[in-house]
Design a protein around this ligand. Structure first.
Ligand code: C2E
Ligand code: CA
Ligand code: CA
Ligand code: CA
Length: 277
């Protein structure tokens, strides 16, 4: 088995870090399948800058491991991608987002929630069926969901990806390009993809107020996004100066600590009810 192989390598002094990774993957696998899961979701709002309303939110996964430590999502998501566990992790996320949205629909909280996908998810033959049957089960409609994929995820296996995403878009899902600007692709390539939303990577936004170069990059990315009929989201908005700049550029949505950190579902409801722009 994988574990035995790992232990052998460990005893051979080959790779200590490797054993740690295997253990983490095994623990994550159990976490995904356990009844009382140590996984949970946080939600971070996206503020519509033209009407000052919270219309969207991003679901972000959290994990507290057996040792009681919070594990960095970037770290375990990347391990899940390397080990193939990402498909069941994403299923977990979709199911739990759908369950949460059913509750929110019942109390009249209407918000479009985005889920982060990896290349393997969208390429998996059962992805579309799983997504559709799960949201149907919880009475969530496709136009309440956004699917976020990075440029890199979109570049893999292009034909299948374009076909699936077009199908999903026709059904009402919004498609979002995440972390835009740090990959290799260009907006001209994006025009061949079915994309509704462009998320400018936070590295261009974090110091926007202090950096004229970032201001040029961000304002021109926003205009190009608009020319391609996309809504633009800026993530990593940490202060009111950058928020004001983004509004002046005509950016549709802002997401970041200045508006709210990612918060658990109950806190989100309270926050949402009390939100004053
Ligand atoms: P991402 O999709 O780009 O998510 C945005 C990240 O930026 C989140 O980190 C969020 O907490 C952080 N962020 C938001 N506003 C600010 C801000 O104003 N300043 C700063 N410095 N950071 C801000 P998080 O939650 O740690 O997630 C990291 C990454 O892990 C995500 O990046 C995404 O790639 C991945 N991830 C998280 N949840 C999921 C999931 O459910 N599925 C998948 N496949 N990946 C996920
Ligand atoms: Ca994202
Ligand atoms: Ca991002
Ligand atoms: Ca990311």
């Amino acid at each position: 088995t994988k574990e035995q192989k790992a232990i052998r390598q460990y005893e051979d002094g080959e790779d200590e870090a490797y054993l740690e990774k295997i253990q983490m993957i095994e623990e994550l696998r159990m976490a995904i399948h356990s009844e009382n899961s140590p996984l949970f979701l946080n939600y971070q709002p996206k503020l519509n800058l033209s009407n000052n309303k919270i219309e969207k939110a991003e679901a972000l996964i959290r994990w507290i491991n057996k040792a009681g430590n919070f594990v960095n999502p970037e770290h375990f998501v990347s391990l899940a991608e390397k080990s193939g566990l990402i498909v069941s992790l994403t299923h977990w996320v979709i199911k739990n987002v759908a369950m949460q949205m059913e509750k929110w629909n019942e109390i009249g909280l209407s918000i479009r929630v985005s889920v982060n996908l990896s290349a393997q998810d969208i390429q998996h033959p059962e992805f579309v069926d799983y997504l559709l049957s799960t949201i149907e089960k919880y009475n969530v409609s496709p136009n309440q969901l956004t699917l976020e994929l990075t440029e890199r995820d979109l570049a893999e296996n292009e034909e299948i990806v374009i076909e699936r995403l077009s199908h999903l878009q026709t059904l009402g899902f919004q498609i979002s390009v995440d972390d835009y600007g740090i990959g290799q692709s260009s907006l001209s390539k994006l025009k061949t993809l079915p994309v509704d939303e462009l998320k400018i990577d936070k590295c261009f936004i974090l110091s926007l107020e202090a950096c004229p170069k970032d201001q040029d990059i961000v304002s021109s990315t926003i205009s190009l996004g608009h020319k391609l009929n996309m809504q633009v989201v800026a993530e990593g908005v940490e202060n009111k100066e950058s928020l004001a700049l983004l509004a002046s550029y005509g950016c549709e949505y802002a997401q970041g600590y200045y508006i709210s950190r990612p918060i658990d579902a109950d806190t989100f409801v309270e926050w949402y009810k009390n939100y004053v722009p």
